[in-house]
Design a protein around this ligand. Sequence first.
Ligand code: AHR
Length: 506
Amino acid sequence: MATFTKLSASETPTIQINSKYKISKINDNIYGGFTEHMGRCIYGGIYDPGNNLSDENGYRKDVMEALKELNVPVMRYPGGNFVATYRWEDGIGPREQRPSRPELAWLGTETNQFGTDEFLQWCELLGTEPYFALNFGTGTLLEALAWIEYCNLDGDTHYANLRRKNGRQKPYNVKYWALGNECWGPWQVEQMTKEAYAEKAYQWAKAIKLLDPSVELVLCGQDGTSTWDAYVLKQCIKWNAHALGGSTDKPLISMHSIHIYTSAQEHLPNATAPRSAERAIEITAGLIDLARIENQIPHSVPRPTICFDEWNVWDPTRAPGDKGAEEKYTLSDALAVAVWLNVFIRQSKYIGMANIAQSVNVISPLMTSETGITKQTTWWPLLLFSKYMRGSTIPVNVSCGEYEGPTQPAWIRGTIETPWLDVSAAISDDGWVSLAVVNVSDTDGIEVDLMGAAGTDIQVHTVTGSSTSVFNTQDNQEVRIEESKWDGKGKFLFLKHSFTLLRWKV
Ligand code: AHR
């Protein structure tokens, strides 16, 4: 949580932190990733058999190492839009017997050489928790139940035995399952009305919980600000004694998924656009509470959280999905990503998971070539947040001027402010305070009085570049992390178009 006090140009900007009060725990799963069968994310991204950068399983070692550095706690799979026609059984068993199929989301061919077992074993090597999306397009409930049985059940039953036959004895215990993806979207195979979706999602949720009560189910929302969100929450956030075995401390639905991609041609609307996601989170949190109130959910049933399982900067006209969506990210985009992450820290009370879309090659901070990887501009703020912005959110007030120009979307204006300095703060479990500050201004550095909060021995990590339009290549990392120290004396200068992370021990 952060508060903002708008100052005039003649007043001295300040940032005030209170490290004594923890507002809410930051769920590590906000640093989740997403790997879809789309473009070069799977094939040529995480899986590249024959390349000498890959291991004996075909997994790219350089990608694995980079994602380990990022410490990704959870990985969504296999889509995205892809999942709406996915037949999971095509992707198991002997590779030479797996069928190739026309793929209708991105209009390619799916060879199924990489499937459930390959993904789950890759997750185990990476040390990340899998999160599967179910096919709500062409898929049936029987197929969904079979997939869960294959992954999670340990008895003497058909699909559990099929998993064993395919070489895996013990269950994988996939905990997170999404009830479809963007089922509201006109681009979706078997697009649904909110009424049809809510009815189906509720019935599927009951059946899945009967099969495996340990799973956590994620409802398919829209962007958090739509009638779809309000309706499906109202219909599905219910307490079902039968499906939950009479338990009053387990929800049927654990999380509500929302997706937003931000972008704008100009730097300032681009960098401030993630503020729309902040307002969307606040609205969604209200809708969740409204559904709980109207449906009289016992207070002992945990309140569903928000699963922001697709977020990022993406302009689909610049990087179209059917051409692999290979965005080339600028410094402006890196600052937008830092604002996005500030949003998740400030709103940690409501966020159960967030997944950057996507983790490799497709709208991603990490790109591969035949010969190596490129860490795009957006990689660096993501790395700093994942390393240091963990633990609990603490209160912070920023007093400074405000950007008052056009925003993308326009409705940001009038619903939420856009300060020049976008700020969040966290305290780790071992007492390190981290203050994340994005100076979105492309013309002015801003000197700030930190009111002595930071002591005298402060680690400084800065991400900036010569202009907001610079980008990185495999051979030139213009945008990266610069490290320095600050003795806490006087004011701190936040450079123009920069992201700065200050750290100190209390
Ligand atoms: O992440 C790319 C695509 O964007 C996903 O497949 C879809 O869910 C969204 O529209």
